[in-house]
Structures are given as structure tokens and as C-alpha cells.
Design a protein around this ligand. Structure first.
Ligand code: BES
Ligand code: MN
Ligand code: ZN
Length: 496
């Protein structure tokens, strides 16, 4: 969907649909709504009086204007109580609105939604994000066209030329970012028979080529030479060989050490010999959502030409129970030299991440951030509402949490106290790869912490936030692309 701008008066601007934000108050005191109501000969206020629409957040109402206004239809979208308005609510309202427009089959509309909030720039950002993210769908494998419109254009109607300049700048930036989110969602949505480790590596090389950034892909032989036994062990049960993807985007001060991102890239997680139950196993194609977030972030950062040094590391493998598969009881010497007793082959993510985190040390990172759909326990703890964050540097966690509040990709910290390591003790190796039933998200982070040394590190468990079962206003059912907007915001705030 294209995002364009226009200056002008809502009462004279022609459009197939005009989207207007409304608060949970009578709109008679809103001069624009008053004027529109007058043109409609009370058509708007009567809807209000009958309680068909009351401005509640994420409710909407379509009104036909029958030639009384140059806009053919008006879509009222609820913003809730005026004093409770946040950027997140604007984002949600925009997501609700674009879905309602889409359902009418009309592919273009004009928007005044950003005018509802104070702070034009922030509210423009939120509206554009909501429209672009809310109108997403993955139809790649549908052979029949849907009745819903493929959205073509939204026109942001602004007051004057100064506001228009701002809107053009904001739209350009947010389109770049949201296209990167869409790219990440598409990768996650691709089924496991298509999105194999080789496919992800090909996508990485193609992406780097388009962006003009460095990308290297290590194949099995080279990974063996580097003793990446953690990753290699997981890959042993699959016919699809593993990969290790390295991105380097170095546009910052050459004297500054890079931020290194690590993304879990399990293209399908069957659990391996510790096989998962059959119900819902199909979701496990999303177990490379961390990898997708890293690729999406690189795409956005390079697209925006942010002046930062950024490295992306993606270990990729498929976790399958083939004849060569790693087994409970096996001992694996990971790349760092630490040995791990496998007690559950379904705790495979950490076996990938530990080698990647160790590999990251060669960059002497200013900050090391990993993203992984790592534990079902995180879904139990935080649901789909927040990503779990853990780490060893309060300032880094604070910065990430702040970026999470701003983008609506919220984080909640869990403690990684040393006591949580007790359950990871092994009789035969340095540690086990899984603890018991308790504190699963934290014990996974405790395991990862053995591999980061003194590097400032944060671990984001996106098991709950990478996939949306029901659908939310700007997160349609399926892959969310979580992490991209968060990390771009973090990098912009911290380094730009
Ligand atoms: N990919 C899963 C985690 C997951 C589960 C993500 C559900 C999203 C939804 C991960 O590899 C896994 O299987 N973790 C195990 C860890 C356990 C064996 C210690 C889990 O959560 O059960
Ligand atoms: Mn698993
Ligand atoms: Zn997994």
C-alpha cells in the first residue's frame, strides 16, 4: 500500500472513504465533526444517539454520504477516552480502520486519524504503522482471490505545507520499517517445506545484494572446521543441512564496536527424538522468527541508512528425529569448549544460540542482543502480550524496554539469578541443556549466559509474541514480525 499526502479541508477533499478518529465523548464540540454532521443533516449524531457507535477503542462505523460530502463514505473509528490516548491506541485504531476499509472492497482511502492526537509526528508514525501492519496478509499459496480489497493507497490529509513536509518524511521512514516487518512476517509464514536452512541462506544473500551489505554463509564443512557442534548436533536428524549466516552493515564510526544481533533460525522444530505432541506442531515453522527479526532489522537499518555498525548472526537448522539425530544422553562439546549433556532434544534453540553467541565474541560487541522463540514457558508467563527480556546489563535492558513501550512491542524482564542454574547441573558434563518444569524461560537464559562472557547482553524470548493466534488490531493472525520495529527504535534512540 502506498502512503501519500495531501493538504486540504476534509469538507472539500474527495475520496472513496474518509477515516476519522472519534473519542468516547459526544463529538458536537469537535468543530470538524460538527460541520460534517451538519452536511449529513444529522446523519452522524443520530448514529451516536442510537449508540450504534460511541467512540470505544477499536470500534468503527461506516457512513455513506449520498453526495452530501465529496467523501463518498466516512469511517468513524473509536479511540476511547480522550485522556487515555496513547500512540499504541492510535496504532490500533489505524489497524482497525484499514481492516474495515478493506472489508468494503475499496482499495484506497483518505485519513485524518493522526489529527486526533497531539504531537503530529508521533501520531503520524503510529497511524502509518497501524495502516501498513494491519493490512498485511499472506496469500502466497491461495489460488483463489479473496473478496477483500488489496489495499493500494492511503492519503494522509494534512493541514498545511509544514505538516505535509513532516508527513512525507515520516511516511517514507515508516514505510521502510514496515516493509521490513512485512519481509520478516513473510519469512515466518513460509511453510517448513519451503523455508529450509538453504532457503533462508538464499534469502539472506539476495537481501544483502539488494541492500549492498556484506553477507557470508557458512556451510557444514566450514561449521565443522569452527567446531560449531551445538548447531551441527541439532542438524544431524534432518536431511536439510544447516547454515550459519553472517551479515555486516558497517555505516557507523569505524572506531566504534558493533551491536551484534543473533536470531534463532530453526526452520522447523519437531522436537527431534524428544518429539513434540502432534497438536499444533504445524506452528513450529515459526521457530525461525528470531532469524526473521534479525534479517528484517538489517533491511530496515540499511534502508534508512542509519549510521551504526550492526552485525547479524543467524544459526539455521531443522530439528528432526532422523536416524542420525542427536539423542538424550549425548554429550556435545559446543564451540566455546563447554560440554553439554542433552537431556531433551527439544531444547534445541539454546544449542544453536550458544555457538552463535560464542562466535559473536570475535566482534567485541558494544551490545549483544539475541532473539529466539525459545521457550513455551515464556508463553505461559507472559502470554502473547509481552516479550520476555533477560540479560546482564540493566542499562541495555532499560533501553530496550523503553523502545518496546514506544513501539508497542513490549518487554518484561525476568531475573537470571545464579540460583536458577542449580537445575542445569549435569553429572557427566558442564551442564544439561534443559532443567525441570520450573522457570523454563529463565533457565534457558541462564544457559545462554554461560556463553556471553563479560559482553553486555540481552536475550529476548519471543515465543509468545512471534505468532498471533487470534489476531489483534494491527497484528493480523499469524506471524507478527516482532522485534524489527523494536530494534530499529532502540538503534535510532541509542546511536543516531
Ligand atoms: N521452539 C520451542 C519453544 C516454543 C514453544 C515456541 C511453543 C513457541 C511456542 C523450543 O525449541 C522448545 O521446544 N522449548 C522447550 C524447552 C524445554 C524442552 C526445556 C519447551 O518450551 O518445551
Ligand atoms: Mn524445541
Ligand atoms: Zn525451538
Amino acid at each position: 500500500m502506498h502512503v501519500t499526502t495531501a493538504t486540504g479541508d476534509a469538507l472539500v477533499h474527495p475520496s472513496p472513504v474518509l477515516v476519522l478518529g472519534c473519542f468516547e465523548e459526544r463529538f458536537a464540540d469537535d468543530p470538524l465533526m460538527g460541520a460534517i454532521d451538519e452536511k449529513l443533516q444529522g446523519g452522524a449524531s443520530s448514529i451516536w444517539e442510537s449508540n450504534e457507535f460511541t467512540g470505544k477503542l477499536n470500534k468503527s462505523k461506516l457512513i455513506h454520504t449520498f453526495g452530501r460530502l465529496p467523501a463518498e463514505r466516512i469511517l468513524l473509528v473509536g479511540l476511547g477516552k480522550r485522556e487515555e490516548l496513547t500512540a499504541e491506541r492510535v496504532r490500533q485504531a489505524a489497524g482497525t480502520a484499514v481492516k474495515a476499509v478493506r472489508a468494503t472492497g475499496v482499495p484506497r482511502f483518505t485519513s485524518l486519524l493522526h489529527r486526533a492526537a497531539a504531537g503530529v509526528e508521533r501520531s503520524l508514525e503510529a497511524t502509518v504503522d497501524g495502516y501498513l501492519l494491519g493490512s498485511y496478509s499472506f496469500d502466497h499459496y491461495k489460488t483463489k482471490k479473496s473478496d477483500e480489497a488489496a489495499m493500494e493507497e492511503v492519503v494522509l490529509l494534512v493541514a498545511d505545507d509544514t505538516e505535509r513536509e513532516k508527513a512525507v518524511r515520516v511516511a517514507e521512514e515508516r514505510v521502510t520499517i514496515c516493509e521490513a516487518v512485512t519481509f520478516a512476517r513473510d519469512l515466518v509464514s513460509q511453510p517448513g517445506n519451503v523455508a529450509t536452512p538453504a532457503y533462508l541462506a538464499d534469502q539472506a544473500i539476495a537481501l544483502a545484494g539488494r541492500l549492498g551489505i556484506i553477507c557470508r554463509v557458512l556451510e557444514r564443512e566450514e561449521m565443522e572446521r569452527l567446531s560449531m557442534e551445538g548447531i551441527l548436533s541439532v542438524a544431524k536428524g534432518s536431511h536439510n543441512p544447516p547454515r550459519f549466516i553472517v551479515f555486516e552493515y558497517l555505516a557507523g564510526d569505524p572506531k566504534k564496536r558493533p551491536v551484534v544481533l543473533v536470531g534463532k533460525g530453526v526452520t522447523f522444530d519437531s522436537g527431534g527424538i524428544s518429539l513434540k505432541p502432534r497438536e499444533g506442531m504445524e506452528r513450529m515453522k515459526d521457530d525461525m522468527a528470531g532469524a526473521a527479526a534479525v534479517m528484517g532489522t538489517l533491511r530496515a537499518v540499511a534502508g534508512l541508512r542509519l549510521p551504526v555498525n550492526l552485525v547479524g548472526l543467524i544459526p539455521v537448522a531443522e530439528n528432526m528425529p532422523g536416524g542420525g539425530a542427536y539423542k538424550p544422553g549425548d554429550v556435545v562439546r559446543t564451540m566455546s569448549g563447554q560440554t553439554v549433556e542433552i537431556v531433551n532434544t527439544d531444547a534445541e534453540g539454546r544449542m544453536l544460540l550458544c555457538d552463535a553467541l560464542h562466535y559473536a565474541q570475535r566482534y567485541r560487541p558494544a551490545a549483544l542482543i539475541d532473539l529466539a522463540t525459545l521457550t513455551g514457558a515464556c508463553l505461559v508467563a507472559l502470554g502473547t502480550v509481552a516479550t520476555g527480556v533477560m540479560g546482564n546489563d540493566p542499562a541495555l535492558i532499560r533501553a530496550l524496554t523503553g523502545a518496546g513501550e514506544a513501539t508497542g512491542e513490549r518487554l518484561w524482564e525476568l531475573p537470571v539469578w545464579e540460583e536458577f542454574g542449580e537445575i542445569m547441573k549435569s553429572d557427566i558434563a558442564d551442564m544439561k541443556n534443559a532443567g525441570g518444569a520450573h522457570a523454563g524461560t529463565i533457565s534457558a537464559a541462564w544457559f545462554l549466559q554461560r556463553y556471553v562472557g563479560k559482553t553486555k547482553w540481552a536475550h529476548l524470548d519471543i515465543a509468545g509474541t512471534a505468532w498471533e493466534d487470534k489476531g489483534k488490531p494491527y497484528l493480523p493472525k499469524g506471524a507478527t514480525g516482532v522485534g524489527v520495529r523494536l530494534l530499529v527504535e532502540y538503534l535510532q534512540r541509542t546511536f543516531c
